[in-house]
Design a binder for this molecule. Structure first.
Ligand SMILES: Cc1cc2nc3c(=O)[nH]c(=O)nc-3n(C[C@H](O)[C@H](O)[C@H](O)COP(=O)(O)OP(=O)(O)OC[C@H]3O[C@@H](n4cnc5c(N)ncnc54)[C@H](O)[C@@H]3O)c2cc1C
Length: 442
């Protein structure tokens, strides 16, 4: 880490993308839907091919979540590099991509975060069209609720910072909020009276599985190999340079390897002898039975750092803080669910009549300053994209786009430069919430 290597060796662009030749994969359209309905679905082709891994690639992406698949897609689409394999130990999107609460927004105070998340949000806006796959981006608005004067001042400062950067935000009074969200208890007698709220109207939700499937289909179409049930068990290096990986399906050589494994970043980086400033914690979420539309926006409550929204199916989705002890179990504890339910009912008393249907947990890699680590590593040709803490889903688009650029050129993209691993040596931390080096508090 201290040597802060600059990986200048660039990857040779492919001469031609597979999409030029294939034409096998059908474009989704109203017409193709009708055609398939009439032919009883006989013409549906798989969204991506199930391939055997080759012996060698230009780039291996470890991890078939949204970030890994987006990286592979943009490598092929923006840089013409399609001798790429995405190696996934389970199934696509089975990690945090399929476990998150689908919230996307770009309401960040620090300039560095703001640039990354706003870049990502702009990509979400056109993603369905770009991928020819409906990712169900729903810009329904994200509210950050303030429950006292101090929080309201923070919201005002955040709103001003956003506005100065050209990112629209509105500070609303309780009656204005209630007009948008009639189910929210805005009375003065509640445990956490609502003092106001900051609304980013372009924020909202995106269907998380569709993001993984859409990127996988589009990457496959550009010639990327997507290999499921392929666990990376070792990273091969020679003289400080990566040469490939060992997997449960054999050895695969590559000049460049990208670690994009969310909750397992420390474990996989350790295969190359890299120790990371990360602690892995559980984060839970749950949904109720589906009901008719009752919530119009996404609500993030400053009182307990919880969030609540309604899916297109009608379920109410809830989440809040970590379970507060490091774990890789992907199963959470009941007390945290009880807390979240109790807090949410304080704000939305009518939800007490709903029954909880499902709960789950994901592993969040929490860094010491609460911001992700993306870029080069001390091992030549080995790149890293992880430590997304609570909020990596919203940056899937931008992270994939900019990380692909970093891989293709062997140096961090300008927007990613502040997110380097090296910042923990130089002390240039990115602590958005200002809680210091206590990972579970970010
Ligand atoms: C409950 C919960 C709610 C969340 N809500 C939000 C939210 O609302 N908004 C938001 O922005 N973020 C949210 N997040 C965070 C977000 O989900 C993640 O930051 C993001 O999805 C990470 O994406 P990824 O592609 O990097 O990881 P993943 O989707 O986890 O993909 C990594 C993949 O790597 C694979 N892998 C691991 N080890 C290996 C190996 N050795 N070999 C091969 N493959 C391997 C895993 O199987 C996994 O599929 C939430 C997280 C959780 C847990």
């Amino acid at each position: 880490m201290r040597e802060s290597c600059r990986n200048r060796r660039t990857i040779r662009p492919a001469k031609r993308c597979a999409v030029d030749q294939s034409g096998e994969m059908k474009t989704y359209s109203a017409f193709s839907l009708l055609q398939n309905a009439l032919t009883r679905n006989r013409n549906w082709s798989p969204a991506w091919q199930d391939v055997e891994p080759k012996r060698t690639y230009d780039v291996i992406v470890i991890g078939g979540g949204g970030h890994g698949l987006a990286t592979a897609y943009y490598l092929a689409r923006n840089h013409g590099i399609n001798r790429v394999a995405v190696l996934e130990k389970g199934w696509l999107g089975g990690g945090n991509t399929g476990r998150n609460t689908t919230i996307v927004r770009s309401d960040y105070l620090l300039e560095e975060n703001s640039r990354l998340y706003e870049f990502s949000l702009k990509l979400w806006e056109g993603l369905s069209e770009e991928l020819n796959f409906n990712v169900m981006y729903s810009p329904r608005g994200v509210f950050r609720l303030a429950h006292n004067d101090a929080q309201l001042c923070q919201m005002a400062a955040l709103g001003n910072a956003m506005s100065q950067r050209g990112i629209a935000a509105e500070l609303l009074t309780p009656p204005q909020i209630r007009e948008i969200e009639p189910a929210l208890d805005c009375s003065a007698n509640t445990r956490w009276p609502v003092a106001g709220g900051l609304l980013q109207r372009r924020g909202g939700t995106v269907r998380h599985d569709a993001v993984a499937w859409g990127y996988a289909r589009a990457a496959d179409r550009l010639g990327v190999d997507i290999v499921q049930n392929c666990e990376v068990t070792g990273i091969r290096t020679t003289n400080g340079r990566v040469t490939g990986v060992d997997t449960n399906r054999g050895r695969i050589d590559a000049g460049n390897v990208a670690i994009v494994v969310a909750g397992h970043t420390s474990q996989v980086a350790a295969m190359a002898g890299i120790e990371l400033p990360i602690e892995s914690h559980l984060l839970q979420a749950f949904v109720t039975e589906p009901v008719k539309p009752v919530l119009n926006t996404v609500m993030i409550a400053g009182a307990y750092d919880g969030y609540v929204s309604q899916t297109d199916k009608g379920e109410i989705v809830m989440g809040a803080e970590l379970d507060m002890y490091p774990s890789y179990s992907q199963r959470g504890n009941l007390p945290r669910i009880e807390d979240i339910a109790r807090y949410t009912l304080t704000l939305f008393p009518s939800f007490k009549r709903l029954r909880m249907m499902r709960c789950w947990a994901g592993i969040n890699d929490m860094t010491m300053d609460g911001s992700p680590i993306i870029g080069i590593t001390p091992v030549q040709g080995l790149f890293i994209n992880g430590g997304w803490c609570y909020g990596g889903f919203k940056s899937t688009t931008g992270s994939g786009y900019l990380f692909a650029d970093t891989l293709a050129n062997g140096r961090p993209h300008d927007i990613l430069e502040p997110f380097s691993l090296e910042r923990f040596d130089s002390g240039r931390y990115l602590d958005e919430v200002g809680t210091g080096p206590i990972p579970h508090l970010h």
